[in-house]
Design a protein around this ligand. Sequence first.
Ligand code: NOJ
Length: 747
Amino acid sequence: MKQLTFKLVALILFFLIGNSVVQAQLSKDNEKQLNELMSKMTLDEKIGQLNQYTGDYLATGPVVQDGEKVNQIMQGKVGSMLNIKGSADTRTYQEFALKSRLKIPLLFGLDVIHGYYTTFPIPLAEAASWDLEAIEKSARISATEAAAGGIHWTFAPMVDIARDPRWGRVLEGAGEDTWYATKVAFARVHGFQGKGLGTPNAIMACAKHFAAYGAAVGGRDYNSVDMSERMLRETYLPPFKACVDAGCATFMNSFNDLNGVPATGNAFLQRKILKGEWDFQGFVVSDWGSMGEMIAHGFASNGNDAAMKSMLAGSDMDMESRVFTNELKKLIEEGKVPMELLDDAVRRVLTKKFEMGLFDDPFRFCTPDVEKKELSNPAHRTAARDVAKKSIVLLKNEKQTLPINLESKEIKTIALIGPLAQSEYDMLGAWSISWPDSEIVSYEEGIRARLPKNIQLVIAKGCEINGISTAGFAEAIEVAKKADIVLLAIGESIDMSGEAKSRSNIHLPGVQEQLAIEITKLGKPTVAMISGGRPMIFNDIADQTPAILYTWWLGSEAGNAVAEVLFGDYNPSGKLPISFPRDEGQIPVYYNYFNTGRPLNGDDYEIYKSAYIDMSNKAKFPFGYGLSYTSFEYSNLQLSAPSLSQSGTITVSCSIKNIGNKAGEEVVQLYLRDRVGSVVRPMKELKGFQKVMLQVGESKTLTFEINSEKLSFYNIELNWVAEPGMFDVMLGSSSEDIRLRSEFELK
Ligand code: NOJ
C-alpha cells in the first residue's frame, strides 16, 4: 500500500512537472547517438552519470574518503570529477573513464572563479570596473587557460545578490544591485562559453547558487533564508534568468533553505521556475554535499529520502554526497522515483557531453604543448593588469594627494608601510587556484618597478594583519618620518573572506587602523590602500587619512595595477558595486531602499522618523561611488517626450564634460523611481549606465532608452507590470550624487 502511494505521488509529480523534461537540442547525428547510448545503458550506468566526485588533490568541502574512485570510474559509475586540473591529470582520469564498458567521457569541473593560471581580480572587484567588455574578456581568458588544462566546466559565475558584507562570499558576485548583476552575469557566461560549447576554448558556465543564498540570515554562511516570493523574483532571481538567456549550460543549487525548503530539494525553484517557466535545458548540479545535508536540515530522514527529494525536486547531479550512488537504484526499483525523471537527468548530462564534443575527442584539443602555450600567453597578463587597474576605487583624495608626480624634485623617498606591503599570496584573493610557479606582483614589486632611480622606496611592516601587537609601530613611524609620501598597504588576508568566512566584525582586522592613524598623524601625504574581499569599516581612516584607494584583491598583476593608479599612468574609474556601511549595526545598508511612512528628511536624527539615534542611515560610501583625478560636469538633461505608452520608449540625453585637468572615464548612472505603485517601490533603481572616456575639456552627449520593461515590477499578484503614473529620472555619479533630475509619465 505504502509503495503504491509513493508511486502515485511520484507519478503525479512527474505529470505536474512534465513541462520541465528536456529533449536534447542536438544535431540529428548526435541525437541518434545519444538515443542509442541511452538504450544501451544499465540502471547503474545511468546513475553513474549523475555522480560527481572530487579529485584527491584539492578539497573545496568536507571529503568522503572511499579510495574507490578509480574503480568506480572504470565501471562507469562516475559522470564527472571536480578539482582535478592540468592536461596530464585530466588525461589520466579520462583514460580510466574510457576503459568503462560504454566509454562515456568524464566532465571535469573546477572553480575557475576569477582566473585559472592568470589570476584576475575577484569578481566583486571586477564589478567595480563597470566595464562589461573587460569582465567578459577576463572570463574568456580564464576559460581558454582552463580548457587548455583539461577543464570542461567552471562553477561560475556566482550571481547571488549580496547586501550583507558580513557574508564572506560577497566577493564572488557582482554586488548588491539586481539590474547591474544581470549585465555582469550575462557577460561572464558569454566569456566562459565563448563561441559555443563545441569550440575548443569554451568551458561550460554554471550559474550559482540557485537560489537566494546571498540573503543568509545575519550574513552567516549556509544560514537559512526567509523571503517573500516577490522579493525573490524581483531582486534575487533576475541574474539567474540572465544566465539562462545567455545560454548558460548548467546551474548549481545552494546550501540554504528557502522559506523552509532546502534549495537542493526545492521543486518550486528547480522544477517550476528554472526548468518550467524558464525552460532551462541544461543540468543542475548540487552544491558540495548539499543533497546529504538535507538530513542535517531536518528535511530528509536519511540518504534514501535525501536522494528521492533531490531528484523529484529537479537536482540532476550529486556533488560529493553519494546519495544518488547509494540510493537511486533502490528508489527506481521501488517506484519512488519515476524512471522518466532519471532518464531526463541523464539525458541532460549526456547532452552537454555531446555539445562539448567529448564523444568526438574526450581530451578535446588539450595536450601539454597547447597547455604550455596558453598558460604562458603574455596577453593574458596584460588583460589581467588592465581589468585590475579599472577595478580600483578611489574613495578619497584630499589636497590632490594622488596621483603622485614622480617627476617632482620634492619626492626623494616613498615609504610603503603595512602587513600587505610585500605579500604576494594575499593579492590573489580567495577562490584562486594556486600554482607553485605562478608569478604574483606584490605592491612592493609593482611600485619599485615604476620608480625612477632617484626615488628610494623604504618598507616597514608595522603590524600583522590580524595580530594585537603594536610592537612594530615605532619602527614603521620612524620609516614614515623619513619619507616624503607614505603608502599604507593594509586589509584582509586571503583567508578572511570567501566561503565559510563570515565575519561578525568587518572592521579592518587587528591593529591596522590604529597603525594607519598613527602614521596619518605625521601629517605627510598619506595614501591608504585597502585590500580585501568585502566592504570593510574604517571610519577613522576615512575621516583622517587624506587619500584612500580600495584595492580589493586584484590578482596576479596587483602591484603593477596599483602602481599605475598611484603614479597617474591610469586615472581611476572604479565605482562601488556594493554599499560600505559605517558600522555593522547598519547592515544591511543598500541604496534601493523603500522610503517608509516616516522617512528622515536630512541626515540627522529626528524623533519618530525611521532612523538610528546613534548613526546616520546613509552608507559611509554608497553604491556607485568612486572618484577620479579629474571632475565631470553634468548638464542639459532632456527627455524626448514628457510621456510614454506601454509600448513606447523615451530617450533621455545629457551632456557630460571633463572640467578637470586630466583625461578620465566617468560611469554615468541612470536611476528611476516609480512615485506611486500598487506596492511600494524603491527610492531609486539603477536602470542604465555608460562608462565614457573624456579628454580634458571634452564633452559628449549620452543617451539612454527607457521603455516599460525598465519600469516594471512584480505586483501583489506576482504579475510583471508597469503601472501608469509619474516617474522620476535621475542621472548621477553615484547613487547618492544625483546631478540631474527630471520626470515623465507612463500612460
Ligand atoms: C562549495 C561552494 O559553495 C561552491 O560554490 C563550489 O563551486 C563547490 N563547493 C565546489 O568547490
